[in-house]
Design a protein around this ligand. Structure first.
Ligand SMILES: [Zn+2]
Length: 1057
């Protein structure tokens, strides 16, 4: 039995132990194996013996090849040993491996020096994989040559063009001197420069306070050039009105006086006079410009605590505010946020406001610990009750009529008969008497158990599966990655597979694959004494060689999985393979899920550009010089459509793909990233990974992503009141038609953003309604519907519109639109779009809502007073306007991330959080108060922490207290701090504990583990840190907040004149 029956690409690994079991499991090959397709005949001949397999062109004689020999050769180490060496002679050049394969990638990729990569060429591939049966460590064979530690150069990132970023992104590799000063580089220079954007410069001047006491006016400019800046901000026009004190700028909907809650900035513009010759000195006190810190603090003070969702059109607390939602008919804002809560009744009004109307939906958002998850209802056979016309689901806003026998749809107006089983009487107000017993009649968010009608082919789904696919090529082994994964995968990761609330164990099945230029599948059936390996080397039309035993429940196969994971590192310890494939890996995972009829997720741990001869092979086309130019989209869009098509196939099967990337050089994330982008997957990237340095970060990300709440094989549909309509969708998913968002999976952190357009009039009395329905398969395999509802007000007054906007959501939408523009237009277009939009919105406000005032005033609506700042932050983001100071892959990486960010993530990403650490209250446990992101806010004797959800820095001032340094780092001076260390020591001092506590808390809040990079003032990394000080001018010449605001003001004046 056994391998004798294994024809085709299958190469059974008998030696994996107990011959009996393996055979039996393999004797009954899946039907797909029984009749090998003709395509298998090729590989079959290759398998006849080592020589043949060697001669096969694509066959890099990696370890697995040695398994391709006839059965007998596999039964004993000696014979298998004989194979490999000879096999070496076959493809000598490919064996030379490292060097030649390195030649593939362009020199700009400059991988590690050859000396680091080159496995000894004098020796055959190890027979490692044969050893699965526990025959002894593979080290007995080939390890002598391989065993040597990598040259020391391996320890540090090679000096290549791919920056070895401390944060996961490279620091600018170009000249990183001080912050650039040349105004000539600026896209928008200061007004005094050649650019025509500036308001007149001049000293801070007095100006007239706004007429409306609730307006915040910012006065600056040269009306009274002789006037020195006033310290202390006592003068009303200067500091007195800004930042707004508590009570100012409250979100008091209902107020109609124009000008309420707005901010005026008075530039002394002298109506068009342009003193261009003025030096570009500071004309505007940054303290007087709208401050995000103040806005965030005010919202915390006013809106912390309970947020009740009763009533239409309530603007929720900011994402930065700690609140607990009580669902009283509208969804928790964690699930659903709108850019506006008062929708203009007419499309004309919507158009002239220029405010984008959109929703950011995080349908499975993690809730606050004191909030309740949406209840799940099972209505049995009748299933969810829906409108017969538009198919909207029952919700608190449906109107019951005819004594409860019918209901009228709030979205389309159609009347639908109430199913007999669902009927109930109405009370004297027309409400159903069971309104408060049925979640769908009183809550904004709830779930229904779906009937078979909601399932593929009318059959209930199986529980999902996770497949772990590990690159075991030379780079992967050498970096310690393979060992690290195998060491931790079961006990630290798999034990936390997601499960239903209250369930004892997870229903998710697991499977394992290793690969380089071939794929190795493992049978981990519980009845086996040892795992078995099956190798597939025909990658043209890859399929899974075993069904039974490939996907198992962890609890049932724990021992076999333990055995497998303990053996994998040894099996590939001597791997010399430097070429890897990726396309066939994803295809195989997809096929495994399809064959098992399960949705699920592939976790692929991958190290390099897939240059091996196989479907999905990519060529190196990196040219980072193009970034930031007209031509950048040629390297930011995929090469060919292989991965795009593959991603679409994955979505159709409910197969989500997460890529964990460990590159030493360019990988073409723009191409391979298509698969995670289309399947709702995540990408994690660890440049120049070394297990000892970055292992913690990688493991933390892996644990988080494996255990986080997730929904599979999902379809989302957004329904809206007649008059408005979703037209565009942004996020990592696929759409095969114009309405259904298809998500192979969506986790608790991923968001879908929807652009909504007007196509008819809305009615102030009726309001507008949104319903987001997500059909999905739960972690236990139950088909469900999750419904979120939101009711919005409609308005005819601009002032109402401008008072009820949610800027963070607007920025989330604008950023995603910008990403799309990057791929379809060019950087200049992206920049102009955003600047035009910001100017138009504010000009509209100025024209329609602001009280009369001098033309020199910049007047900002209260809830959008940070629009210029945040708009500029989008433009400064590496993901959107990145130049060649980051790598092409890093750029693609950021774009993928931004594309699926929820509002909480985008808020801190675009405006990082900067916290002083040097004067902590050591007894407290609260977060220190954040400060504005500008170098002007940093004190030389201070220490600060900066984070944006992706990167984290600790900046140590030149004169930081030696005592503080001692307490936190255990050394006497900042100069002695080991900045290459990624982890902060936990010392037995109050300061150390406090600082570690803050960092832990921040990490817990974010979906990715942020590596801490320590930066000393005036050190070489400082410019990279400064890059995140988004109120300042950027390294690449991006505008400072002051300059941007001035520019916008000028644009507004132009629009108004
Ligand atoms: Zn309807």
């Amino acid at each position: 039995m056994g391998s004798m029956h294994l024809s085709g690409p299958l190469r059974g690994q008998h030696p994996m132990g107990n011959q009996g079991h393996p055979q039996s499991s393999m004797a009954g090959p899946p039907s797909s194996m029984s009749g090998p397709p003709s395509s298998m005949t090729g590989p079959q001949t290759n398998m006849q013996g080592p020589p043949h397999s060697m001669s096969g062109p694509p066959n890099m004689s990696g370890p697995p090849n040695s398994m391709s020999g006839p059965l007998s050769s596999m039964s004993g180490p000696p014979s298998s040993m004989s194979g490999p060496p000879s096999s070496m002679s076959g493809p000598p050049s490919s064996m030379a491996g490292p060097p030649s394969s390195m030649a593939g990638p362009p020199s700009s990729m400059a991988g590690p020096p050859n000396s680091m990569m080159g496995p000894p060429s004098s020796y055959g591939p190890p027979s490692g994989p044969h050893q699965m049966g526990g025959r002894g460590p593979p080290s007995g064979h080939a390890q002598q040559q391989m065993g040597g530690p990598p040259p020391s150069s391996m320890a540090g990132p090679p000096a290549s063009s791919l920056p070895g970023p401390p944060s996961g992104f490279g620091p600018p590799s170009g000249p990183v001197g001080g912050p650039p000063q040349g105004a000539s580089q600026m896209n928008m220079g200061p007004p005094s420069g050649p650019m025509n954007m500036g308001p007149p410069s001049g000293q801070m001047g007095m100006a007239q306070p706004g007429m409306n006491t609730s307006q915040n006016q910012y006065n600056y400019g040269g009306q009274q050039p002789g006037m020195p800046p006033l310290p202390g901000g006592q003068q009303p026009p200067m500091g007195g009105q800004f930042p707004p004190g508590p009570g100012q700028g409250q979100y008091m909907s209902g107020q109609t006086s124009p000008g309420y809650g707005q901010q005026n900035f008075n530039y002394g513009t002298n109506q068009g006079q342009r003193p261009m010759a003025q030096p570009p000195q500071k004309r505007l006190d940054p303290n007087q410009m709208p401050s995000p810190i103040q806005v965030i603090e005010d919202d915390k003070n006013n809106k912390s605590g309970i947020f009740q969702t009763q009533g239409r059109g309530i603007v929720p607390p900011l994402v930065t505010t700690d609140f607990t939602t009580q669902d009283q008919g509208n969804s928790n804002p964690r699930f659903l946020r709108s850019t506006m809560y008062n929708i203009p009744c007419t499309s004309d009004m919507m158009k002239s406001s220029q405010i984008p109307f959109g929703l950011t939906i995080t349908p499975f958002a993690r809730l606050h610990e004191s909030e309740h998850p949406p209840p799940i209802m099972n209505l049995g056979e009748i299933g969810p009750v829906r409108c017969k016309r538009c198919k909207a689901y029952m919700n608190p806003y449906m109107q019951f009529i005819d004594g409860g026998r019918r209901f009228q749809c709030v979205f389309c107006g159609a009347a639908t008969d109430v199913p007999q089983e669902y009927f109930n009487h109405l009370d004297h107000t027309g409400r159903r008497v069971d309104s408060y017993d049925r979640p769908e009649l009183c809550l904004g968010s709830y779930e229904f158990v779906a009937t078979k009608d909601y399932c593929k082919n009318g059959t209930l789904p199986n529980s999902p599966a996770f497949i772990f696919m590990i690159d075991v090529s030379y780079n992967s082994v050498k970096s310690g990655l393979v060992h690290l994964i195998c060491q931790h995968l079961k006990d630290d990761v798999l034990v936390n597979l997601p499960r239903e609330i209250g369930a004892e164990e997870s229903e998710i099945q697991v499977g394992f694959v290793t690969y380089s230029k071939e794929l190795h599948f493992y049978n981990v059936k519980s009845s086996l004494a040892q795992p078995q390996m099956l190798v597939v080397s025909d990658l043209e039309d890859v399929f899974v060689p075993l069904l039974d035993g490939f996907l198992v429940k962890l609890s049932e196969s724990e021992a076999v999985i333990d055995s497998l994971l303990s053996q994998i590192p040894g099996m590939f310890a001597d791997s010399r393979e430097t070429e890897v494939v990726l396309g066939p890996v994803i295809q195989a995972g997809l096929d495994a899920l399809k064959s098992a009829d399960r949705a699920g997720k592939l976790f692929i741990f991958h190290t390099s550009l897939p240059i091996a001869e196989a479907p999905g092979k990519l060529k190196n086309r990196d040219d980072r010089k193009l970034l930031g130019t007209e031509k950048e989209k040629t390297i930011l869009t995929p090469q060919g459509n292989f991965y795009t098509k593959l991603g679409q196939e994955c979505v159709a099967a409910g197969c989500c793909v997460d890529l964990f990337l460990f590159p030493n050089s360019y990988m073409d994330l723009a191409s391979m990233g298509e698969v995670p982008r289309l399947t709702g997957g995540n990408v994690y990237k660890y440049n120049y990974f070394q297990a000892d340095l970055e292992g913690e970060r990688f493991l933390s990300d892996l644990k988080k992503t494996v255990q986080r709440p997730i929904a599979f094989d999902a379809i989302m549909r957004v329904r809206t009141s007649t008059g408005i309509r979703p037209v565009d969708f942004y996020g990592n998913f696929y759409m095969s038609n114009t309405t259904d968002v298809e998500l192979a999976a969506i986790d608790c952190d991923q968001a879908v953003t929807v652009d909504i357009k007007h196509d008819d009039k809305l009615n102030e009395t009726e309001g507008a309604y949104i319903q987001v329905a997500t059909l999905y398969t739960s972690v236990s395999g139950q088909r469900r519907l999750r419904i979120h509802n939101l009711s919005l007000n409609c308005c005819t007054q601009m002032a109402d519109l401008f008072r009820n906007c949610e800027l963070d959501t607007m920025i989330n939408l604008m950023a995603k639109q910008a990403i799309r523009n990057v791929l379809n237009h060019n950087p200049k277009h992206v920049r102009e779009e955003i600047m035009t939009q910001v100017s138009n919105i504010l000009a509209c406000y100025r024209k329609n809502c602001a009280s009369p005032s001098s033309a020199g005033q910049l007047i900002l609506p209260e809830c959008m007073k940070l629009l210029p700042l945040y708009g500029n932050c989008i433009l400064k983001s590496d993901g959107i306007q990145g130049g060649s100071d980051i790598s092409t892959d890093d750029r693609s990486y950021l774009m993928l991330m931004i594309n699926s960010m929820n509002v909480r993530a985008s808020q801190v990403f675009f405006y990082p959080r900067l916290l002083p650490l040097h004067d902590l209250d050591e007894d407290g446990d609260s977060m220190p108060s954040a400060i504005r992101c500008s170098v002007d806010r940093l004190e030389e004797n201070g220490v600060y922490l900066l984070e944006n959800g992706v990167s984290m820095f600790m900046w140590i001032g030149h004169n930081a207290s030696p005592e503080w340094i001692q307490n936190v780092f255990g050394v006497q001076s900042a100069a002695q701090v080991d900045i290459d260390k990624c982890t902060l020591l936990v010392l037995d001092t109050p300061t150390s504990k406090r600082v570690n506590g803050i960092i832990q808390k921040i990490r817990a809040e974010r979906s990715r583990y942020m590596k801490l990079t320590v930066v000393r003032q005036r050190d070489k990394l400082e410019p990279w840190f400064n890059h995140f000080l988004v109120e300042d001018k950027g390294l690449s010449g991006s505008a400072s907040y002051v300059d941007f605001l001035c520019h916008i003001h000028k644009e507004i004046r132009n629009l108004l004149s």
